[in-house]
Structure formats: C-alpha cells, structure tokens
Write a protein that binds this ligand. Structure first.
Ligand SMILES: CC(=O)N[C@H]1[C@@H](OP(=O)(O)OP(=O)(O)OC[C@H]2O[C@@H](n3ccc(=O)[nH]c3=O)[C@H](O)[C@@H]2O)O[C@H](CO)[C@@H](O)[C@@H]1O
Ligand SMILES: C=C(OP(=O)(O)O)C(=O)O
Length: 430
C-alpha cells in the first residue's frame, strides 16, 4: 500500500503549471462518443479516472490514443452501449456515458456511479432528465438501463442545482428532436466547457453559464478539436498552500475568473492576490485572519475547495467556521486533522476551528481526493513527519501530486507500506 510522507516545509514558494480540469475532462471524454468523426482533446490530465474511461471506451469499441495531454478519439467504431458495472462504479462521472450513449444509440446499460464516497450522492436529477426526454429508466441493484425509442426535447426544471445533471442533460438532449430548455441549470465553468465543445462539433446549445440553457436538437455531430479548461480546484489549493507559512505561489495557465469566490476568501483572511491574464500569484502572511466558509454551487465557494481551506484555516488565529452546504457531511478530514493536534470540533454540520495552534505529524488517512489535499497541506505545516494513506483517492484527481507540490518547495515523498507495516500502523493508531 502506498503512502505519502510529508515533512514540515516552511513557506512554500514557486510557480506551478495547472493541468486540464479533471471534472471537465470526464465530461468531454464521454461527450466525444456523440461525434460521428474524429475528436482531438488537448490538455486531458493523466489521472486514474481518465485511465478507467480509456478502458471503458476500448471495451465498447471507441478508438482512443493518449499521448501527453492529447487524446485522439475515433467514436465511429463504438459497437456496444453496455458498460461494465465494476468499471462504471469505480468513478463518479460514469453517468456521462449514460447521457451520451442513450443519445446516440437509444439504449445504455451501465453500473451505478461510484467516485468519492464522502456522502450519499443521489442521481435522481439525472434520471428525471432521461425520463423528461422520453426514456424509460430501469434500476437494478448495481446497474441501470436507460432506453428510448426516440428522445424528444422537453422543459426541465432541476429541483436542485447540479453540475453533473446539467451536463448530462446537454449530452442526452443534443441529438433529441426539437428544443430542450433547462431551468435552474448549474453555471459551472465545466458546464460551459462541455457546451463549447459540443457546439464546436455542431451542437446548438445556448446560454451555458447562466441558469437557463436552451438546446436545439441536431441530427449529427462532426469531429473537431478542443482544449479542456484548466483545473480551478487544483489551482485554488495551490494558492491556499501559499498561505500556510507566508509563502508566495504562482499558478500558471489558469482562468482567474473561475476562482473569484476563492480569491475573495483568501483576501478576506489577509492574503494578497495578484491576477494576470492567465496566472495568479498568492502571497501568504504570518497573520492570517479567521473566517466563515459556506460552500455553494458556482460561483459560490466550491465544496471541492472546502477541505484544503480547512487546512489553511488551522493557521489563522481565532475561530473559523466551515459549513458545506453542498455536501453537509463532507467532513471526514476533520477527525484526521485532529490526529495531528488540530483544535477543531464538529457541531451539527459545521466544523469549528480554533486556528493558530501548532500541529504535530502523525498517520492520517485520505478518504477522498480533496481530503487528501487538505491532509497533505496540514502535513507540510505540522512539525515532524506526517504519513498519508489513501493515496489512490488523491491520484484520482492529481497527475503528479508529489512533483507539483515539490516544485514549490514541499518536502513530500511517496513510499510503499508492507502488509505487516500497515497492520502495525493500524494497531498503533487505534
Ligand atoms: C466529476 C465531477 O464533476 N464531480 C464534481 C461534481 O459532482 P456532481 O456533478 O456529482 O455533483 P452535483 O453538482 O451534481 O451535486 C450538487 C448537489 O446536487 C445534489 N444532487 C446532484 C445530482 C442529483 O441527481 N441529485 C442531487 O440531489 C448533490 O447531492 C449535491 O448536493 O460537482 C460536485 C459539486 O460541485 C463536486 O464536488 C464534484 O467534484
Ligand atoms: C468529489 C470529487 O470528485 P468526484 O465527483 O469525481 O467523486 C472531487 O473532485 O472533489
């Protein structure tokens, strides 16, 4: 079993190139199945979720070549819309194959989505979309089947704002007959990126980035080339890392507008932020101020930045409160931070942090990708050594977590734990 060793690193300084967004890439790769010609995607990160998509793609006949960040996809050879349940369940965004293959072939059989298992993550809004477009949905224990003789445009009001179901609705409706209106749609950059990509192939999607999206169905999508947007969540975490001990970190190749609420919070706690056209520099200070974080859907403060922000707030003198309104129970990292000596309490669905207390290294476990970033940051700020297990979760989101953090001076290394050492470590931590 792998683990990451993090050592107290003092201020972090340097420049990091930000890779393409995981959450956009997962949508774009499934969206590419809709094309009737060759698609080239640039900037796709080489992460575990993408490797699984490549496997799923190959199983169903999709020809896919990946070299560096470039992925060339030939969807003309897809011969099946039955997706291995185990593979679909090993990551969250497999539901995008449901939207795209339903749209293209009229039927899809697919495992229930997996992914970061921090809370229950319903797919009722995805199902609502498929049904509204005229499909039947049959749910089984660990897979579901969606089928439609014909998909017809519809008016769909989301009960709650969801980026996944908004993207899936675009995938399912893009080839449907007539007009689809999505109301209460998510406005995330990943929604816009998917709409821009589909439009480049010939789709007619209007209004992405607002709460009302209109899709005029077309009968054919051509091939084309598209570059995925930069990962705003990785960028945000690196900017936060600058705040740990008064460092200075520049993130390159980003879209600063995608990080508005994050930058505002960093400034609110006393950090200085400078934005260029496609780069941001954050300057830390040793006098961080406590604050209140409430996550929300874009453009509010992202739930995926909540955990790294919690690590940073351990350094801010005074009482901070963190509430995750998107996933109220996404707080597993709190118990782990306490193992490092953090003074942080859970009351109802908020974390109450008393910042400015010293942290001591120890063994901790990352239960999802952002919990991993949080623990890594806390480990870099703690005295001594911190050992982080659950590396497989971190690698779902980061192509080279060690290399990228090292480039700003973080003392990190990857190690292998034998089965016996793992048992000893579990016994010790009980
Ligand atoms: C692969 C991917 O892009 N993952 C991101 C995506 O997940 P994902 O797309 O799955 O999350 P959603 O945007 O759909 O979820 C937003 C909210 O809607 C709720 N909901 C969602 C769908 C549904 O059918 N019913 C329902 O009630 C969820 O429980 C949550 O409270 O957005 C989340 C919220 O920004 C991020 O944390 C994830 O990193
Ligand atoms: C929750 C996340 O991912 P996923 O939706 O793929 O599980 C995340 O990226 O923080």
């Amino acid at each position: 079993m792998k683990y990451i060793q993090a050592e107290y690193s003092g201020p972090l300084n340097g420049t990091v190139h930000i890779p393409g967004a995981k959450n956009s890439s997962l949508a774009l790769l499934a969206a590419a199945c809709l094309a009737d010609n060759i698609v080239t995607l640039e900037g796709i990160p080489f992460i575990d979720d993408v490797r699984i998509i490549a496997e799923i793609g190959r199983d169903i006949g999709l020809k896919l070549q990946q070299e560096g960040g470039q992925v060339i996809i030939d969807p003309r050879w897809i011969h099946s819309s039955v997706i291995d349940p185990g593979k679909a369940s090993s990551y969250r965004a497999s539901y995008y194959f449901a939207g795209s293959l339903l749209s293209k072939f009229g039927k899809v059989t697919i495992g229930l989505p997996g992914g970061d298992d921090f809370v229950s993550r319903p797919i009722d809004q995805h199902i609502k979309v498929f049904k509204a477009l005229g499909a039947q949905v049959h749910l089984f224990k660990d897979y579901y089947v969606v089928e439609a003789a014909e998909l017809k445009g519809a008016d769909i009001f989301f009960d709650t704002i969801t980026s996944g179901a908004t993207i899936n609705a675009m995938l399912a409706a893009v080839l449907a007959k007539g007009r689809t209106n999505l109301h209460n749609a998510a406005m995330d950059p990943e929604v816009c990126d998917t709409a821009n990509f589909l439009n480049r192939l010939g789709a007619r999607i209007y209004g992405a980035g607002t709460e009302h999206i209109r899709i005029e169905g077309v009968s054919y999508l051509d091939g084309g080339t598209h570059t995925v947007i930069p990962d705003r969540l990785i960028a945000g975490a690196f900017l936060m890392a600058a705040g740990l001990h008064g460092g200075q970190v520049t993130v390159m190749d980003v879209i600063p507008e995608h990080l508005g609420s994050c930058l505002a919070k960093l400034q609110e706690i006393g950090m200085h932020v400078e934005c260029g056209d496609n780069q941001i520099t954050a300057y830390g200070t040793n006098l961080l101020k406590a604050t209140r974080i409430r996550t929300g859907m874009y453009p509010s403060f992202a739930t995926d930045l909540q955990q790294p922000m919690t690590a940073l707030l351990l350094q801010a003198k005074g009482k901070s409160i963190v509430t995750d309104r998107i996933y109220p129970k996404r707080l597993a990292h709190v118990a782990q931070l306490r193992r490092l000596g953090a003074e942080i309490e859970l009351r109802q669905e908020s974390a109450f942090i008393t910042g400015g207390r010293p942290l001591q290294g120890g063994w901790v476990h990352a239960s999802d990708v952002r919990a991993g970033t949080c623990l890594l940051m806390a480990g870099l700020a703690a005295e001594g050594y911190t050992y982080i297990t659950g590396v497989e979760h971190i690698e779902r989101g980061y192509e080279d977590v060690i290399g990228s953090f090292r480039s700003i001076g973080a003392k990190l290394s990857m190690h292998e734990l034998s089965a016996q050492e793992h048992l000893d470590q579990m016994r010790e931590s009980q």
